[in-house]
Write a protein that binds this ligand. Structure first.
Ligand code: AMP
Length: 195
């Protein structure tokens, strides 16, 4: 099963994506985690990404798309994957679609975790305290939210047109949201399940 999980920062999509991955035996692929790992190793790609991440901007598509398409071509992604943080632009969504179509595949389901803005801000503030992530600083958060909203709408529209977008209420405990998400994934047609 190939899943794209959508949601703004603080929507809980990373936590939920990890659960789906371990529950279904598919790989969790987070472009944010990949960039942070590359930055920590000091690679050229990582240093380039970090400059954008620290300003709350998206990393340019020409860097992001190549990295993601390489990752989903690795053997462990063959049985399926859940993408967390990709696509964030229509161009990324199109590139993913083209790459998968070339292998006779597609994205099966796109849950969008929906959380009101005030709940998001409260969660992000808490995470910033706990993890000390430099891109969770308040001034960076405002820019990330603004940038993410526009991209998220484009990407949601892209998948809505393909009838794979499913809205999931993201307010509640991690378990409650996980149950709703499981329900949304159940609705994927059996034909697609085997693809
Ligand atoms: P995340 O952990 O998903 O919130 O990502 C952290 C940061 O990595 C983002 O604010 C972007 O700067 C960068 N990033 C992650 N995924 C993407 C993507 N698909 N396209 C562009 N930039 C990304």
């Amino acid at each position: 099963m190939r899943v794209v999980i959508l949601g703004l920062i603080g929507a809980g999509k990373g936590t939920q994506a990890l659960r789906v991955a371990s529950g279904r035996g598919i790989v969790h692929i987070s472009t944010g985690d990949m960039f942070r790992a590359q930055a920590a190793r000091g690679t050229e790609l990582g240093l380039r990404a970090r400059a954008h991440m620290e300003r709350g901007e998206l990393v340019p598509d020409e860097v992001t798309i190549g990295m993601l398409l390489d990752r989903i071509s690795e053997p462990d992604a063959e049985a399926g994957f859940i993408l967390d943080g990709f696509p964030r632009t229509a161009a990324q969504a199109e590139a993913l679609e083209r790459a998968l179509a070339g292998r006779g595949l597609g994205v099966d389901v796109v849950p969008r975790i929906e959380v009101p803005q005030e709940v998001l801000l409260a969660r992000i503030a808490k995470r910033a305290q706990l993890e000390g992530r430099s891109d969770d600083r308040p001034e960076v958060v405002a820019e990330r939210l603004r940038a993410q909203r526009a991209g998220l709408e484009d990407v949601a529209r892209f998948y809505e047109a393909r009838r794979v977008l499913v809205d999931v209420d993201g307010v509640g405990s991690v378990d409650e949201v996980a149950d709703r998400l499981a329900g949304a994934l159940e609705r994927v047609s059996p034909r697609m399940e085997t693809a």
